[in-house]
Ligand binder design. Structure first.
Ligand code: F6P
Length: 526
């Protein structure tokens, strides 16, 4: 039987706490670097050599994984059990890229595998017709730009993935429709995007699972009104907008849309990049085949995540080491540091994925827990980060575990040699140097120039950031966050913590309803 219990009740956790703490400095050797990689799918590998985990600690983490039944719990998700306990929902994002267990998952009287396959077929059909010019704008011009309107999971993942594949598409000769994104309710966000767009050749994708999100509906109205009032002859804004939403949302009934694509309540916003939420924009921008490759990479990693041996399951190992760093070493944050400009928005996506999933203070039964849960996530692409916050990472008084990501090849294929090396080589020389610098540190008589070292890091690496690699990278982090949620006995699939601010914002818009404090702040701004 599968049991869900809080961390404090696990025997393996008490044992692990007694294990000798290790210094990265003492553990890290060239052999350890060579022998500490795990395949992730999509040609990627996860290397944990520079983490403070000895053989004994790894055995303790394996024992914890077994005792907490992490793989069995993953199988419960895959088989369609109600794992979103707060909202009483299934958690089916894995099924959007493939059926890992191969068994039927049914809900609401339908085969969910078939439902997602049907949605994919409609995305394929529509995106091909737009890309080959069969479906045109209202004034007869072919679409050249797609602009997604959405926020949170309806923006961050899709935007990060779109940006991640731009250079790959150009370098591989894949036809691209330009992608733009409007998310913030700040009118300057929409204004700056609209000012660059040609309305006649732009297709908007309105994305909201709930169909009730204030920012997204406001931006929809703003876009429709602005474009409708431009006086372009024959221009019909509703022939320039498609919707991605759930069947139960108010948007699903909007018949003015050129087309609608559906998700269901079993795909959480931050886990929705591989559903129609990411699929429509990515298939329009880069073609359905590219999106399918991304799904295949994610599916490969989902299958690899089933292994019980932590030394062969990268997502599980990453989750367990992250747990060790948080709950035994006591580190409060994690930095995501991709040495790839293409991944410039990937840390922002992981902020939502990780912090909205595991930034929780109650367990799956709604009871308060007494141990730390998800860390603060932040990051920037290297080498830009090096010239910014790395000072604190190297010499600050807090230790921040680091997650590096790097690729041997660039995407555009436009690299040249200067000063004796290619830019890509310089980029990766910096990455290799940083890992060693953080781990080993440097002695110096002058304390200001001394580096303590012992800064733990991991590295995800591969040949090139392709759609398959990107899918595997995405799934790796989704599965890591899922495993950590199991360890902490959290419901990683709801987000009650974002509600209070939304309610109070509505109250402010309604005149503050006698709330003096709220009114005092509102008066400073409105
Ligand atoms: O406010 C948080 C949130 O519910 C996220 O979880 C979600 O990704 C985002 O809002 C957008 O929601 P929707 O797709 O329903 O507009």
């Amino acid at each position: 039987m599968i049991t869900y219990s809080d961390l404090g009740k696990l025997k393996s956790f008490s044992m692990l706490k007694k294990e000798k703490k290790e210094n990265v400095k003492d553990l890290l050797t060239a052999d350890r670097v060579k022998n500490s990689s795990i395949a992730l799918g999509g040609g990627l590998k996860y290397n944990w050599a520079a983490m403070p985990v000895s053989e004994n600690i790894l055995s303790g983490l394996q024992a914890l994984s077994d005792e907490a039944q992490l793989i069995d719990k993953y199988k419960e998700i895959l088989s369609g059990k109600v794992m979103n306990t707060g909202e009483k929902r299934l958690v089916l994002h894995h099924l959007t890229r493939g059926n890992v267990l191969g068994a039927e998952v049914a809900a609401d009287g339908e085969d969910k595998d078939q439902f997602y396959k049907d949605v994919l077929a409609s995305i394929k059909d529509f995106s091909e017709k737009v890309r080959n010019g069969e479906i045109k704008g209202s004034t007869g011009k072919a679409f050249t730009t797609v602009c997604q309107i959405g926020i949170g999971g309806s923006d961050l993942g899709p935007r990060a993935l779109y940006l991640a594949l731009k250079g790959w598409a150009e370098g591989s000769g894949v036809k691209t429709l330009e992608g733009r994104f409007i998310s913030n309710v700040d009118p300057d966000d929409a204004a700056s995007v609209i000012s660059d767009l040609d309305p006649e050749t732009t297709l908007f994708i309105l994305v909201s699972k709930s169909g009730t999100t204030q920012e997204t509906l406001t931006n929809r109205d703003l876009v429709l009104k602005t474009l409708g009032s431009m006086g372009i002859q024959g221009y019909n804004p509703s022939k320039h907008m498609v919707a991605v939403t759930s069947k139960t949302s108010p948007l699903a009934k909007d018949e003015s849309m050129l087309a609608s694509f559906f998700i269901d309540d079993y795909i959480g916003g931050r886990y929705s990049s591989t559903s129609a939420v990411g699929g429509v924009v990515l298939s329009l921008a880069y073609g359905y085949d590219t999106f399918r490759k991304l799904l295949d990479g994610a599916h490969e990693e989902d299958c690899l995540s089933l292994g019980k041996d932590i030394r062969k399951n990268g997502a599980l190992m990453d989750a367990l080491i992250g747990f060790y760093l948080r709950n035994i070493a006591g580190y409060p944050a994690t930095a995501i540091l991709p040495y790839s400009q293409a991944l410039s928005r990937f840390p922002a996506h992981l902020q939502q994925l990780d912090m909205e999933s595991n930034g929780k203070h109650v367990n799956r039964n709604g009871e308060k827990i007494d141990y730390p849960t998800g860390p603060v996530i932040f990051g920037e692409p290297g080498t830009n980060g090096q010239h910014s916050f790395y000072q604190l990472l190297h010499q600050g008084t807090d230790i921040v575990p680091l997650q590096f990501i790097g690729f041997r090849e660039c995407q555009y294929g436009k690299d040249i040699e200067t000063a004796g090396s290619m830019s890509q080589t310089k980029l990766n020389a910096n990455l290799a140097a940083q890992i060693a610098a953080f781990a080993r540190g440097k002695d110096d008589e002058n304390p200001n120039k001394e580096f303590d070292g012992n800064r733990p890091s991991s590295l995800i690496y591969g040949d090139k950031l392709t759609p398959e690699a990107l899918g595997a990278l995405l799934a790796h982090y989704e599965n890591k966050v899922m495993f950590q949620g199991f360890i902490w006995n959290l419901n990683s699939f709801d987000q009650e913590g974002v509600q209070l601010g939304k309610v109070l914002a509505k109250k402010v818009l309604a005149g503050c309803e006698g709330d003096d404090l709220l009114k005092a702040y509102a008066d400073l701004l409105i």
